[in-house]
Design a binder for this molecule. Structure first.
Ligand SMILES: Cc1cc2nc3c(=O)[nH]c(=O)nc-3n(C[C@H](O)[C@H](O)[C@H](O)COP(=O)(O)O)c2cc1C
Length: 192
C-alpha cells in the first residue's frame, strides 16, 4: 500500500459522492465560482482515454453565450409547442446559473470516435463527481438545442471537427431528486 491510495475515511467519501450524486434540475441563483469549474475541468481530463487522444473540449458559457443559448432553445420550443411554452422555457433557462458544454473531437476512424466519446463520458463523470463533492449539481442534457447548427456557432466550433457530448446546466441544488437504481444483482453476473 502506498500513499497513492485513499485512507479508509477517504474511501467512504468516494463511495458516498458516487452514490449520492444526482442530476439536478432546480438550482439556487448563486453561480459557482469559475475557479471551481476550472478545477473540475482539470480533473475531468484525468479520465482514461485510449491512445491519449484527449478528445474533450470544455466551454463554460459566459453571460452573452448563456443568453444566446437560452434564446435559441426557446425558439426551438416555440416551433414545437408555441409562444407560452417558449416564454416559460426562456425564463427558466435564463434563471439557471451555470452552463457548460462538453464536446468531443471527431475522428476519421469510427471506432476511435466511439472510444473518444467513451473517454468524454468518463471525463464528464469525473467532473460531476468532483463538483458534487463541492455541493454543486449538474444535469447532462442532449436536447435538440445541442444538435442545432446555431448552437455550434455560439460555441464557436465547427461540426466537422467536434460534436457535442452534453450541454450541462449547473449550480447549487435547490432540490435533489430521490435516487433510483435497480438492485445490483439484476445487472451483474459472476461468471465461473
Ligand atoms: C448521455 C446522457 C444524456 C442525457 N440527456 C438528458 C437530457 O437530455 N435531459 C435530461 O433531463 N436528462 C438527461 N440525462 C440525465 C439522466 O436523465 C439522468 O442521469 C438519469 O435520470 C439518472 O439520474 P441521476 O443522474 O440523478 O442518477 C442524460 C444522461 C446521459 C448519461
Amino acid at each position: 500500500m502506498t500513499d497513492l491510495f485513499p485512507t479508509a475515511i477517504e474511501k467512504d467519501a468516494v463511495s458516498r459522492v458516487i452514490r449520492t450524486r444526482r442530476s439536478i434540475l432546480i438550482f439556487l441563483p448563486e453561480k459557482p465560482d469559475s475557479a471551481l469549474i476550472e478545477q473540475a475541468i482539470d480533473l475531468a481530463r484525468w479520465a482514461p482515454n485510449h491512445k491519449l487522444t484527449e478528445p474533450w473540449r470544455f466551454y463554460d458559457l459566459g453571460p452573452e453565450s448563456h443568453r444566446r443559448v437560452a434564446e435559441l432553445n426557446a425558439e426551438l420550443v416555440r416551433a414545437e409547442r408555441g409562444d407560452g411554452a417558449a416564454k416559460n422555457k426562456l425564463n427558466r433557462w435564463l434563471g439557471i446559473p451555470g452552463w457548460l458544454a462538453l464536446t468531443c473531437k471527431k475522428s476519421d476512424d469510427s471506432f476511435r470516435e466511439k472510444e473518444d466519446y467513451a473517454a468524454c463520458c468518463g471525463a464528464a463523470q469525473n467532473m460531476m463527481l468532483f463538483l458534487w463533492a463541492h455541493g454543486v449539481g449538474m444535469k447532462w442534457s442532449t436536447g435538440p438545442v445541442t444538435r442545432d447548427p446555431e448552437f455550434y456557432n455560439i460555441l464557436g466550433i465547427s461540426g466537422e471537427r467536434e460534436f457535442v457530448v452534453s450541454l450541462f446546466m449547473y449550480g447549487y441544488p435547490a432540490k435533489t431528486p430521490d435516487p433510483k437504481r435497480a438492485d445490483v444483482r439484476e445487472h451483474f453476473t459472476l461468471l465461473p
